[in-house]
Design a protein around this ligand. Structure first.
Ligand SMILES: NC(=O)C1=CN([C@@H]2O[C@H](COP(=O)(O)OP(=O)(O)OC[C@H]3O[C@@H](n4cnc5c(N)ncnc54)[C@H](O)[C@@H]3O)[C@@H](O)[C@H]2O)C=CC1
Ligand SMILES: O=C(O)[C@H]1O[C@H](OP(=O)(O)OP(=O)(O)OC[C@H]2O[C@@H](n3ccc(=O)[nH]c3=O)[C@H](O)[C@@H]2O)[C@H](O)[C@@H](O)[C@@H]1O
Length: 448
């Protein structure tokens, strides 16, 4: 059945969700407080770089069943409202900043007059849904007829369209009893096409649904920091973390995914989510349970410093007067997202230590320029390499993996490259006369 939906918040999560829901057959009003974003979206232009999004958005707009607005009133008639606003880290603290979630629920509540389902998708600390449920019942004019569900999102940037249309699982946090059953039935209608494809559905309570999301991201972050801890030991022992990861990854119980050692995780989610999780556990008196996440965070941040150290070594011990080329600004390839980007964090530290740093990224240049205006930027990878004493490969875009090291060599002052993602072909680069250093790999690899 085709439903009327609203999507509140059209950022990395919301815009993909809104367009995907149209693809599933529904009619969607998408609301954001950012007027510029709404104007852009109404004109059919995606405000972010996400593979497949322009096509999905164009197809959704062409149906006439997708509209964008800053007016919550236009969402009033929806059967189901999905809340997708941001939950960033509170400045100077570990805890999540819930001001956008609170503001959007307060505003939405004013427009809920009859039976409606509100679905939280934002990542929130456990206990938030219960609090918001009580708020909606107290403040919405249709109070007793308004039901809340929590339906956390697990999409990855760069694969957001596929992950939204074909998720690994759906999780519904609902209350016990007939209201929860109605919420489940309505969510099953929303996701009917996805469920028909065989997507498993886990139905649980609010608190468990919130914790599923927090623990999934904590597990992923832990897996990355585990391999990066092994990377530190490999460096000390003269061993190779890439071979090690391949070998342990063959064990099904461990699995090969998320064992990519390098400069670590960044982005608008894993770093802030593990910190918010620790903060919330502390409030609940369960802080001891998550002290290991402090180590996960510390290992991750140490990778950035280690990268700077290796880059400095490659500049013969000092960055003063040296030119450093940085390939990559986004926190991961196939995204323009620079939130807590390890690449830009390294670039900024190298610049602070005296180097002239030139950054290139295939998609994140505008975002990088506006957040880090003191760095220099080049329009192409080869231009960034011009006169460089060392090249830092920090975000593994396909374009960089395909760079011809012989051509690259013609642009630099010294053929020295540090692979912060362990994705460059060592044999190709060393055959072209480059010294290649990588994190957690033997120095002997460097010269082939
Ligand atoms: N980015 C991702 O890949 C994923 C994000 N999440 C979670 O989803 C939530 C949103 O994340 P992103 O989309 O990355 O954030 P974002 O910062 O890209 O987007 C948030 C959007 O909400 C809008 N907004 C803020 N206050 C509003 C209000 N009162 N009413 C309407 N709109 C409002 C902002 O203008 C912005 O467009 C977060 O909780 C995040 O942890 C979950 C899974 C994946
Ligand atoms: O809550 C969220 O927002 C999302 O956070 C992550 O998705 P995302 O941040 O888009 O990207 P990932 O692919 O998880 O990568 C995160 C970071 O880890 C790094 N990474 C990833 C994998 C790896 O093996 N090694 C590694 O260093 C990436 O370079 C990147 O900086 C999760 O993978 C999603 O399931 C989740 O929905």
């Amino acid at each position: 059945m085709s439903l009327n939906l609203s999507v509140i918040g059209t950022g990395y999560l919301g815009v993909v969700h809104a367009a995907a829901m149209v693809q599933l057959g529904h009619t969607v009003v998408a609301v954001d407080v950012d007027e510029a974003k709404i104007t852009q979206l109404s004109a059919g232009k995606a405000p972010i770089y996400e593979p497949g999004l322009p096509e999905l958005l164009a197809a959704a707009l062409a149906t006439g069943r997708l509209t964008f607005t800053t007016d919550y009133g236009r969402a009033a008639d929806a059967h189901v409202h999905f809340v997708c606003v941001g939950t960033p880290q509170r400045p100077g603290e570990n805890a999540a900043d819930l001001r956008y979630v609170d503001a959007s629920f307060e505003e939405l509540a004013k427009h809920l007059h009859g039976p409606t389902l509100v679905v939280g998708k934002s990542t929130v600390p456990v206990g938030t849904a219960q609090r918001l449920d009580e708020m909606l019942r107290a403040k919405a004019p249709g109070g007793p007829d308004v039901t809340l569900a929590w339906n956390p999102e697990f999409l990855r940037e760069g694969f957001a369209v596929k992950d939204t249309l074909h998720p690994d699982r759906l999780v519904y946090g609902v209350e016990a009893g007939p209201r929860g059953e109605r919420a489940k039935a309505l969510l099953d209608e929303v996701y009917a096409a996805t469920i028909a494809d065989g997507t498993p559905v886990v139905v649980t309570d609010f608190a468990t649904a919130e914790l599923v999301k927090a623990s999934a991201n904590a597990f992923l972050a832990t897996k990355i920091s585990f391999i990066n801890a092994m990377s530190e030991v490999c460096e000390a022992a003269g061993a190779d973390v890439v071979s090690l990861a391949e070998a342990i990854g063959h064990d099904d119980r461990i699995g090969a995914k998320f064992l990519g050692a390098g400069i670590g995780f960044g982005g608008g989610c894993l770093p802030k989510d593990i910190r918010a999780f620790m903060a919330r556990a502390g409030e609940l008196g369960a802080d001891q349970a998550l002290t290991f996440l402090r180590e996960v965070d510390a290992i991750n941040m140490r990778r950035r410093s280690r990268m700077v150290d290796i880059a400095r070594e490659q500049c013969d011990g000092s960055f003063i007067g040296k030119r450093v080329a940085v390939l990559g600004a986004a926190f991961k390839p196939d995204s323009d997202d620079i939130r807590d980007s390890p690449a830009l964090s390294v670039a900024a530290q190298v610049r602070l230590q005296g180097a002239h740093v030139t950054v290139h990224d295939p998609q994140a240049m505008d975002n990088a320029r506006s957040k880090w205006p003191d760095l220099s930027y080049a329009d192409s990878a080869l231009e960034a390499l011009q006169g460089a004493h060392v090249v830092l490969h920090l975000t593994e875009w396909q374009e960089y993996r395909e760079l011809d090291p012989k051509v690259a060599a013609e642009h630099v002052a010294q053929r020295r490259v540090v692979d912060g993602r362990n994705k460059l072909d060592v044999a190709r680069w060393t055959a072209a006369g480059w010294t290649l250093r990588a994190l957690g790999r033997p120095t002997a690899l460097a010269t082939g």
